[in-house]
Design a protein around this ligand. Structure first.
Ligand code: AMP
Ligand code: MG
Length: 339
């Protein structure tokens, strides 16, 4: 067994962060705030989750750089003192003596750049889902030499069984390179191995995509799914919960093709690293839309990749071919598929 300590610390870090997020969502997200477009709940949870996860990682691996999504520059501004007070109040439920300055310091511990060995953290992936009371995730991965070695992904609102949406919610996915992927209930319980679905049974296969239309190209995604034999309507889900859905066999394919509206968009490492290892270790495949491996070795922006294909395996090549046959034009602005 490898990376025993890293795996344990990663599980603890994301579990603490997720607990904070769930408390903030229960206490601060309400219809009123949503109608007013008030993003403060997600801001408080985002900062609080990054502070807790980075504090825990740094306490255990002080030398490891952390490349996280947030930094505390805005939070330190006098105008945001109220927000910092709120973040500190939530962080103190775990670190009772934390000062506002320490909280900012922990958040900024997540501002490192990529190194040979580093952690990447998305304290809340799927902020729109968080605010809508839909799916969101806390995602953490350890990368060495550009290869993801350990990942922990918490989806606090994901039903443990998708076909029982009113049943228990909250799943934690964990993977170590070469050792398989596992899932456990976030509320406690044991980890069980998970596997992608078998593709021999094409009836009933589904694909998953973002809820937010602007995070992909939904017309093209539907066309590509049809081209590889998936006839069911897509399952729409926010955040890296989509990787969890493929890894445990809820969906056979996750397509994230470049939005025609944002042709210059580059995917970010923290939006994909944790999910990628979970799917790969569950037996699936992850590449960009051209079949290239995702690049976790260069920068937090994946300059060398466009779009993402996540699949249960065998028909991955067929998806790449369907895209290459002129069905995808990332630079065009009309969003129409070529004939
Ligand atoms: P999802 O919940 O899968 O729709 O993705 C949420 C993530 O989408 C966020 O973490 C953002 O980093 C990312 N995002 C923002 N804008 C875009 C875009 N134009 N294309 C793809 N992803 C985006
Ligand atoms: Mg994200």
């Amino acid at each position: 067994m490898n990376y025993i300590q890293e795996k344990q610390v990663a599980i603890e870090a994301v579990t603490k962060a997720a607990t904070l997020c769930m408390r903030v969502r229960a206490e601060m997200v309400n219809l009123n705030a949503l109608e007013k477009g008030d993003r403060s709940p997600v801001t408080v949870a985002d900062f609080g989750a990054q502070a807790l996860a980075c504090q825990h990682l740094k306490a255990n691996f002080p030398q490891d750089p952390i490349v996280g999504e947030e930094d505390a520059a805005d939070l330190r501004q006098p105008d945001n003192a109220h927000q910092l007070t709120l973040v500190t109040r939530y962080v103190r439920q775990f670190q009772p003596k934390a000062t506002p300055d320490e909280v900012c310091g922990w958040i900024d511990a997540g501002n490192a750049t990529i190194a040979d060995r580093y952690w990447t953290l998305d304290p809340i992936d799927g902020t729109k889902g968080f605010l809508r009371n839909d799916q969101y995730a806390i995602a953490l991965a350890l990368v060495e030499g550009g290869d993801i070695k350990v990942s922990a992904l918490v989806c606090p609102a994901l039903p443990l069984a998708l076909d029982n949406p009113e049943g228990e919610k909250g799943a934690i996915f964990v993977a170590v390179r070469g050792e398989g992927a596992k899932m456990a209930p976030l509320n406690g319980g044991s980890f069980v191995p998970i596997h992608v679905c078998r593709e021999s049974d094409k009836t009933g296969l589904r694909f998953v995509e973002s809820v937010e239309a602007d995070h992909g190209n939904q017309a093209l995604q539907a066309a590509i799914a049809r081209a590889v034999g998936i006839t069911q309507p897509s399952l729409r889900m926010d955040s890296q919960a989509k990787y969890g859905a493929v890894a445990r066999g809820d969906a056979a394919l996750y397509l994230r093709l470049p939005s025609p509206k944002y042709p210059g968009y580059r995917e970010k490492i923290w939006d994909h690293a944790a999910g990628t290892l979970v799917v790969e270790e569950a037996g699936g495949r992850v590449t960009d839309m051209y079949g290239q491996p995702l690049d976790f070795a260069s920068d937090h922006l994946m300059h060398h990749n466009r779009g993402v294909i996540v699949s249960a395996g065998p028909f991955h090549e067929a998806v790449i071919v369907a895209i290459a046959q002129g069905k995808a034009e990332p630079e065009e602005t009309s969003g129409k598929a070529k004939p």
